[in-house]
Design a binder for this molecule. Structure first.
Ligand code: NCD
Length: 297
């Protein structure tokens, strides 16, 4: 494929091929080397784990990495980013990993470049975060195998979460048995792509196979949505007691970074059912599979 912009562009076959390839990398550390290629990390929003994950993935494949020291304070506009990519492309860089607060920016940029520029969306506004959804589903399939038989609950701020959007699309394409979107009324999604919405955490957790807990994104809250942390915690935090409603072997996931004691308790996040660090680990292999799948020649 030319770019990775969103989950909707991917077929069932393309998703399962990426997962197989990522699992192959995980179990066969004799990686191919693409040492003629260079990847630029363009992160216009703060990120540690996603940026480092792409950097490690590129390093494992022999791809050179350029981390740009971007000025996040003066939020760069599309035109400036277009010029930045043009300049870097003229220097021979082929791969561009972009994170930006504007919905749809990677897609808009991708449509303006020729065959030598390959864009990976590392999170655009409240729209999509495709590499996160791919690594999440990889982690679920690795442990639970047949995804069509599973009940999965996504809990938290579904209104502002690009992770939740990408997850809904990937669950739709792969035919996940039951997807339940659990959130307080103010954070219910404006558009539901797949699954059913409930305000009841008990409903979401009952007999569930996988719980995906979202971060309370204080930086993305609008002024009119007053965050009552204590109230949210009371009704929606994933605690040890609440987790007892789930199947005994239910997996607990979180895209990170976690707010301990707000959306999830430490004894759950660090407990035996937690797959949070497995997600982080799998993220490197999935990003290797993504980088390799782009036809950068
Ligand atoms: C997510 C993001 O940035 O969209 N985190 C991540 O990629 N590790 C989720 C979040 O910020 O809550």
């Amino acid at each position: 494929m030319k770019h990775l912009l969103d989950i909707r562009q991917l077929s069932h076959h393309e998703i399962t091929t990426l997962i197989q390839r990522a699992l192959h990398f995980k179990h066969n550390p004799n990686y191919p080397r693409y040492s003629h290629a260079t990847l630029a990390n363009l992160f216009y929003e703060n990120s540690t784990r996603t940026r480092v994950s792409f950097e490690l993935a590129a390093n494992h494949l022999g791809v050179h990495v350029v981390n740009l020291d971007l000025d996040r304070s003066s939020e760069s506009k599309g035109e400036e980013i277009y010029d930045t990519i043009n300049t870097l492309s003229a220097m021979g860089i082929q791969l561009f990993v972009i994170r930006h607060s504007t919905d749809g920016l990677p897609q808009a940029l991708a449509s303006r470049f020729d065959a030598n520029v390959h864009i990976i969306n590392a999170g655009d506004g409240q729209h999509e975060h495709p590499s996160q959804a791919l690594l999440d589903i990889m982690t679920i399939i690795e442990q639970k195998h047949d995804i069509t038989q599973l009940k999965i609950a996504i809990v938290g701020d579904l209104r502002h979460s690009r992770v939740a959007n990408s997850l809904q699309h990937i669950c739709a394409t792969l035919g996940v048995g039951e997807l339940v979107l659990v959130s307080p009324t103010v954070w219910q999604p404006q558009v539901v792509h797949y699954g059913r919405v409930t305000t009841s955490l008990d409903d979401g957790l009952s007999n569930v196979d996988v719980v995906i807990c979202l971060r309370v994104q204080q930086e993305r809250l609008h002024a009119d949505e007053h965050l009552d942390t204590a109230g949210y915690r009371q009704d929606y935090a994933i605690t040890k007691n609440r987790l007892a409603l789930a199947k005994p072997d239910a997996m607990v996931m979180h895209p990170g970074p976690i707010n301990r004691g707000i959306e999830i308790d430490s004894d759950v996040a660090d407990g035996p059912q937690s797959s949070i660090l497995r997600q982080v680990r799998n993220g490197v292999y999935m990003r290797m599979a993504i980088i390799e799948s782009l036809d950068f020649g």
